[in-house]
Every structure is written in C-alpha cells, then in structure tokens.
Design a protein around this ligand. Structure first.
Ligand code: PLP
Length: 432
C-alpha cells in the first residue's frame, strides 16, 4: 500500500507544492494532503483505504454524489462512441438547451473548458460589446486566474487594483477596479467617477470564495441598476452557484425574483457533471458579438467535447427539484449541528449560509461576515485543528476556512450522521 505521505513526497518532487491546484494543498491547515483514489455516493476512499464522508464534492461539480449511475452510464456511452471529433455534436446543443430553459436571460450559450476561461471570455465580450475598458470586481470574489481578474488587493472606494499575483502587470491590473463587497456607496462613487469607462461589473451571484458571504438585500439589484444606467454589462459569475443554489427560484442565484437578469452569466462545475466544461451565457444581442458572428474572439480545441457534454446533460437531467430539496434540507441539518457543537464548545462563530452553500467563520460576531476585510480578520487559526479532527473522524472538509462546504443528493442519513458525530470533538479542538 502506498501511503498518503509517500505519494505526497513523490508528488512534491514532480509538481510545484505536490499539487496541480494550490487549493488542494494543506497549506493553511497543515499536514499531508490526502490522495483519494475512488468515490461512491457521498464517500471517498484514500490511497490507504480509509473512507471519508466527502464535503468537498470535487469543489462543486458532484451535485449528485460520486459515480451517479446515470451520469456514469452516459459517459460510458459517449466514450464508446469516440472521445471527441472537433466538430459540432448533438449533445452540445442539448446541454445549451438545458441551460437556456432553466436560466432566464441565458438566450445563447458558448461552451468553454474551465470557469477561468468562462469569466475571461465574458469580460472580453463585455469590453468588445461596450467599447469600454474598466472592469469592476469585488475583493474576495474569485473569478478564476486570468490576469485582470486576479486583482483582488485593496479595499475602499475606487481602489485601482494592484497585482494580486506575481506575473500580472500593473497595466493589466490597473484596468480592474476592486471594491469591498456589499459596499453600496463605494459602487455608486466608482460609477460617478468612472461610469463612462466601465465595461462591466463582475460579481459572484453569492460570493463563496471568502467563505460564503450573502449579498445584502438590494446589492445585486444596485449593480444591475448602475450597469444599466451607465451602459456597462453585468456579469453574474455562477460557476459555483449555478445549478446548485435554489434561492432565487431557479437553479442558480440570479435576481429572477426581483424581475431582472444580468447581461452575462458564467457557469462551470455542476454543468460539467465532473468533467471539464464551463459556459458563458447571455442575451442573444450580447452573445452574438462572439466569433464567428461577431468580432470578439474565443475558440478552443475541446469546448463542447461529447464526453463532457454527456456528463453535463445527464447531471442536469437528473437534477430535479427533489434533488435540490434534499440537499437544502441536509445542509440545514449539518449547519444547525455545526453551530450547536461550536456553541457547546464556547467557540464564537457565524454560520455563513445561502441555500445549501455554507461555511463557518470563527471569532466573528453574531452578525457574521459581510466582506473580505471581515472574512480575513476572523480567527482562522481555529480551522486547522477543527479540520484535522474532522479528517481523523473520517469527514473530508475543504482544507481552508475560506471555502464552502458542498453536500450532494447522495448524502443520506447515514452519511449525515457520521458528520454529526464528528462535530463535537472537532468543535472542542477549535476551542483550544
Ligand atoms: N468563478 C468562481 C465563482 C469559482 O468559484 C471558480 C472556481 O472555483 C472559478 C470562477 C474558476 O473556475 P475553474 O476553476 O474551473 O477555472
């Protein structure tokens, strides 16, 4: 048997940090990353044969749990027909149709391969459609790792972004204005000062990359109002929330109930059913600026790949209202047990929750976290001991306090009970 430690040692010699994405490293919680080799329903098994209840869900795609029979069967059939042809294929139109039918405002769809590519393309599209340059984003919102969108530093009104990563030039970052999330007056001031030059505001529909931070009532509406008034595009990044959160009455988090839609959406994670697919969607008017109908270039070798499309189609077809009701109710049970365990252990905290997406913030007042500054000032040192106590008890949480916990349709009573049993000891570990 190869141990996790042996695998990690080999990996560190071959790959920077031993991982292919930094979020998988255990940097903020300490210890050795666990290498999983199989998944079934709500469970994962590591290379040492230990089983865990999975609360990472492949970072979002596993809405139905691992190895869902219909998704697996659809993928098998697609594989049997050939891995990809670089041509049009019936399944890409089927996935586009499923997105269009469920998302008001998504009249046309362009498949891409990752969420990063989706947001990068949406920003280019907004610039191409408006002829303007500046993009407004909010600190703590993650939109993938394209250069301009990595600018996340700074806070306060109209802070011109400094590079958030080495390798991003100041010229690129200077076209991104970074604001504090939920800052209404900051947003109004930026539009007063720069409105004529703003191509887009990009926002997570419900931020979930600084922990979950609910938009304050009317905040998304304000973004819609200001972008409409100044002729900028509103980009709703639903890579995380799309087809996962039911809050707004459809299976994403847009403002449908408030009677508006964004100009552009980005989707990823769930729509790929576990394979690499993401999408840009929006009104026909904006989307037709994309090549070949318009002058904004986007292309790719693999977008619309039939195997990935098969996984996405099977996932969305299986994602019925009952699936969402199940996930919502299990998330409620886990979140309630989490807060009860932390209260019993005397750990001040807030549960940050929108629908089935939630996270915990430590040392925060009962009013919770509203922006990145508050998220960063929490007692994040409590998460490491909490995480490791859960891991020891066979519950796999995201290895960072800034990540959301993901449940799935496969999390049944037995899986949830295992989580509940592990919580009290983990809460006591967090208290020390
Ligand atoms: N947008 C959001 C809201 C995300 O959460 C992520 C990834 O977690 C991305 C974009 C980037 O997606 P990907 O990792 O597929 O490039």
């Amino acid at each position: 048997m190869t141990t996790n430690a042996q695998l990690f040692e080999t990996a560190q010699n071959l790959m920077p940090g031993g991982v292919n994405s930094p979020v998988r490293a255990f940097g903020s919680v300490g210890g050795t990353p666990v290498a999983m080799i199989s998944g079934q329903g709500p469970y994962l098994t590591d290379t040492e044969g230990k089983e865990y209840v999975d609360l990472v869900g492949s970072w979002g795609p596993a809405l139905l749990g691992h190895k869902h029979p219909e998704v697996t069967e659809a993928v098998r059939k697609a594989v049997d027909a050939g891995l990809g042809f670089g041509t049009s294929h019936p399944s890409e139109a089927r996935l586009a149709e499923l997105v269009r039918d469920r998302v008001p405002g998504a009249e046309m769809i362009r498949m891409v391969s990752t969420g990063t590519e989706a947001t990068m393309t949406a920003v280019r599209l907004a610039r191409g459609a408006t002829g303007k340059n500046l993009v407004v984003k909010f600190a703590g919102c993650y939109h993938g790792h394209s250069d301009g969108l990595l600018a996340a530093a700074g806070s306060g009104v109209a802070t011109l972004g400094l590079p958030g990563s080495a390798g991003v030039t100041e010229a690129q970052a200077s076209e991104t204005i970074v604001l504090e999330y939920n800052d209404r007056s900051g947003l109004e001031t930026v539009f007063n000062e720069h409105g004529e030059n703003i191509a887009a505001v990009i926002t997570e529909a419900t931020p979930a990359n600084m922990g979950v931070v609910p938009p304050e009532p009317g905040f998304n509406q304000l973004i819609r109002d200001l972008t409409s008034k100044y002729g900028a595009k509103m980009i709703f990044d639903e890579v995380m929330t799309g087809f996962r959160i039911t809050e707004a009455g459809y299976w994403g988090a847009s403002g449908r109930q408030e009677g508006w839609t964004p100009d552009l959406f980005t989707f990823g994670k769930v729509i790929g059913g576990g394979l690499p697919t993401a999408a840009v969607a929006g009104s026909r008017e904006v989307m037709e600026h994309l090549a070949p109908t318009g002058p904004v270039y986007h292309a790719g070798t693999l977008p619309g790949n039939p195997v990935a499309m098969a996984a996405g189609v099977a996932t969305l077809e299986a994602a019925t209202a009952e699936v969402y009701e199940h996930i919502d109710s299990k998330a409620e049970v886990v979140a309630e047990a989490l807060t009860a365990a932390l209260n019993d252990a005397g750990v001040e905290h807030s549960i940050q929750k929108v629908g089935s997406l939630f996270s915990v913030a430590f040392g925060t007042s009962a009013t919770g976290v509203h922006n990145y500054t508050e998220a960063q000032s929490q007692e994040s040192f409590r998460y490491g001991p909490f995480f490791h106590a859960m891991l020891d008890a066979g519950v796999y949480l995201p290895p960072s306090v800034f990540e959301a916990w993901f449940l799935s349709a496969a999390h049944d009573d037995a899986a949830v009970d295992r989580i509940l049993q592990a919580l009290p000891a983990a809460a006591r570990a967090a208290a020390e």
